[in-house]
Design a protein around this ligand. Structure first.
Ligand SMILES: N[C@@H](CCC(=O)N[C@@H](CS)C(=O)NCC(=O)O)C(=O)O
Length: 207
């Protein structure tokens, strides 16, 4: 495989997905840090050379840039056991990865970012007005995930897959956004299973 460089902000769950997938696959990554609180992904240089969308993570593969966390973990995992061989299960895995990006991350991750990193007192009036809606939508996403996991070991089929990695990243730190993980017992057990995987790497593992 070509050399891999992760352009990231270490506390971002989207970036952590890529580190976790790489760790589980036994792949090495060089890591480059950008402070998103200081706008370091919005500079002309970053927009021109790394991601015109002004966001991390970006997985650099040789000389080519691949933004979007779920595209990046797909790239890393192609041909591995983290992607089911069965056609339906592969599509079902994508279903949960799209769910993560549309129903889970914009609520669970955004509240964590606003409350833990930006600080409620620094939010705009418009952002403050969105907190209640995002909390309700985040709780709905966590409830749906918890109900899906009742009686199951993994999100899809009988093996850990990219669906688990994508959803784990922001779920296991959801308390940072004021969500109460104790309300979701099946999620809690699933978190323990993921943390027990061989080669598991924690979000705050040293750089
Ligand atoms: N859908 C994208 C979301 C990327 C994203 O929202 N990145 C945030 C950090 S998690 C970011 O770069 N924020 C800085 C900014 O928007 O200036 C993915 O999954 O990679």
């Amino acid at each position: 495989m070509e050399a891999l460089v992760l352009h990231e902000y270490a506390d971002s769950g989207n970036c952590y997905k890529i580190r976790l997938a790489a760790a589980l696959l036994g792949l090495g990554l060089e890591r480059r840090q950008y402070d998103i609180l200081k706008g370091e992904t919005r500079t002309l240089e970053f927009l021109a050379q790394v991601n015109a969308n002004g966001r991390i993570p970006v997985l650099q593969v040789g000389g080519r840039m691949l933004p979007e966390s779920n595209a990046a973990i797909w790239y890393l995992a192609e041909g591995s056991d983290l992607i089911p061989g069965d056609r339906f299960l592969r599509a079902d895995m994508l279903r949960w990865m799209f769910f993560e990006q549309y129903s889970h991350e914009p609520n669970v991750a955004t509240l964590r970012f606003w409350l833990l990193f930006v600080g409620e007192e620094n939010l705009t009036v418009a952002q403050r007005g969105q907190i209640a809606g995002k909390r309700a939508a985040g709780e709905a996403a966590l409830r749906l995930t918890d109900e899906h996991l009742q009686g199951r070991t993994w999100m899809v089929g009988d093996a850990v897959s990219l669906a688990d990695i994508a959803l784990f990243a922001y779920t296991h730190v959801a308390d940072g956004g004021g969500f109460v993980l104790g309300d979701y017992p099946s999620i809690q057990q699933w978190i323990e299973r993921i943390e027990a995987l061989p080669r598991f790497e924690a979000m705050n593992a040293p750089r």
